[in-house]
Design a protein around this ligand. Sequence first.
Ligand code: GFB
Length: 326
Amino acid sequence: MTAPQIFSLQGKRIWVAGHRGMVGSALMRRLDSENAEQLTVTREDVDLRRQEQVETWMARQKPQVVFVAAATVGGINANNSLPAEFLYDNLMIEANIIHAARATGVEKLVLLGSTCIYPKLAPQPIPEEALLTGPLEPTNEWYAIAKIAGIKLAQAYRRQYGCDFIAAQPTNLYGPGDNYDLQSSHVLPALLRKAHEAKIADAKSMTVWGSGQPLREFCHVDDLADALVFLAERYCGEMHINIGTGDEISIRELAEMICDVVGYTGKLDFDPSKPDGTPRKLTDVSRLTAMGWRAKTGLREGIAQTYRDWQVEMENAADRRRQVMS
Ligand code: GFB
């Protein structure tokens, strides 16, 4: 049974903060099918880390709905090596938007968290109640602390001021518009790129960081965007809500699946000098499924689609370079 609709996006002025990112652009695509007005602002026009700029822009634009998809994000290496940026940027972005949202009378705000907010050794699958029950995974504690603060801020504004602000906890995401930089990306785009380049170079092997043993859950970003719209319209409450598929896979199996999709038949070399991070991170999605939402995209199918999208993106970028040079 699907949870009843308690809020409508129809005809609303909706601001997707971070509309150029992987999550933000998926949300923009998803919102195209709603009869709503989409607001955006670029980083060049408003720096979301600056309170005055955010307050001035929001007071002028008066969004009725806000999705906070703006964040400084990255994979295990970026999280581990840029602790100040991950903590400062994310704290500022969340605090500025949430505070201005109350001041400007936003009717619904959806904040995005991340499953790294949960303790490193949380029970699996991880229920929402596991938040703040144990120590965090050290490679991403900075990002996690900022995201926990954001969730608590949304809860506090609901409790003290009656604002309808909710928080969603997506699991590891992938899809069109991902970051393919090998130093700062997440595992899935990194392995897609490595497998693609190894295939083209006819290399004997490709490198996979860590032991290959950690387990991860991967959700396609278009499924996430659909879940966010679903929650905006059908959920109102203090508890943050997990979004995932409920399925997990080891990094080794993921690498094998990616090689198969790409058509790379070489060997996998595991690099133990790179961190494994959290051993296991599977979300308990029973709250969301009880409301009537389920992910639609299978992992293999999603990887194949993402690989095609990335190849088109690379072709377009090459065309642009050729045009600039001619
Ligand atoms: O996706 P990922 O960078 O982040 O790494 P987390 C997941 C696992 O894949 C780790 C391994 O065990 C990595 O060691 N891995 C193997 C690789 N090869 C590679 C590679 O070439 N690149 C990368 N990046 N990993 C992030 C957090 O944790 O998850 C963030 O740091 C956020 O804060 C995000 O929560 C969703 O899953 O470990």
